[in-house]
Design a protein. Structure first.
Length: 275
């Protein structure tokens, strides 16, 4: 039996664009990387606990919105996407996000060392019987200058770089629902014009969107799960289940890493008879 988990997270930095006509092919994105510091070795388990708390908070908010819906999400993916945005937050915005993400203060060595240990622990989950493919990435419009300190922070904490590409926001209903749930949690300041993301860029305004999608397929031969999270910043001006088990009532399912307890995926199943 083999479990295969794929987690993709990204913090998308949005800038205002002027659209034009043309037939030239779009070139590949230009990549930029910060300098990753080598932090002291720390226990990553508290960060797995923090991500579990975030996942339960989001799951609870979504359940209250639709008590009968079957839900699946990846706390690990959400925590990474929002965490990369958090590294650029300052002032009251940083404090609000820290509370929701259950993380230490932004810019502290404690946070940098913990995120680095968490990332290393996630990469170490792959092994006999399990495959984990994870990818963290920051995207920015070429017109948006990015602070060097922010690039260094995401390189240190998430082993992530920055790709330059033209981006446009197009919020959809599901995206808005997740934005609202992240905001029924206490992070609302980060979504307003009063947000402070100057640690990311002096032209960064606020979180414009959080888009998250996840799938979780549990069968006799193993578990296959995928998830992706995108966090958009606007600019200013598993475990294998025994084959005989029956789930005939509502339940909560968590797929977590053994070493840290990191919750890779969570699902609330209100009606096991539906997919």
């Amino acid at each position: 039996m083999k479990n295969r988990l794929r987690v993709a997270t990204g913090a998308a930095v949005m800038a205002l664009l002027i659209a034009g006509c043309g037939s030239n092919p779009v070139p590949p994105p230009v990549m930029a990387h910060g300098v990753a510091a080598r932090e002291p070795l720390v226990n990553p388990r508290p960060y797995g606990t923090a991500d579990a708390a975030l996942g339960l908070d989001v799951l609870g908010a979504l359940c209250r919105n639709d008590p009968r819906a079957n839900l699946v999400l990846s706390p690990s993916s959400l925590a990474s996407g929002l965490g990369m945005a958090y590294l650029g937050a300052r002032g009251g915005t940083a404090r609000a996000m820290a509370g929701v993400l259950h993380l230490p203060a932004a810019g502290s060595q404690t946070l940098a060392a913990g995120l680095q240990a968490r990332s290393a622990a996630l990469r170490g989950l792959s092994g006999p019987g399990a495959t984990l493919d994870a990818s963290d990435q920051v995207w920015a419009d070429p017109s948006l200058p990015t602070e060097r300190g922010y690039l260094n922070a995401v390189a240190t904490g998430y082993d992530a770089g920055l790709a330059k590409a033209p981006l446009l926001t197009d919020p959809e209903r599901a995206r808005q629902e997740i934005n609202q749930a992240i905001a029924g949690l206490g992070m609302g300041l980060a979504f307003t014009a009063a947000a402070d993301f100057t640690g990311l860029s002096r032209q960064a305004c606020c979180i414009g969107l959080v888009e998250h999608a996840a799938t979780l397929d549990v069968g006799e031969k193993g578990t296959v799960a995928t998830a992706a999270t995108a966090v958009g910043i606007q600019a200013s001006a598993g475990q294998v289940l025994p084959p005989q088990v029956r789930f005939d009532r509502p339940y909560l399912l968590v797929v977590a890493g053994r070493a840290t307890g990191e919750p890779l995926f969570m699902a609330r199943v209100a009606n096991p008879a539906t997919r």
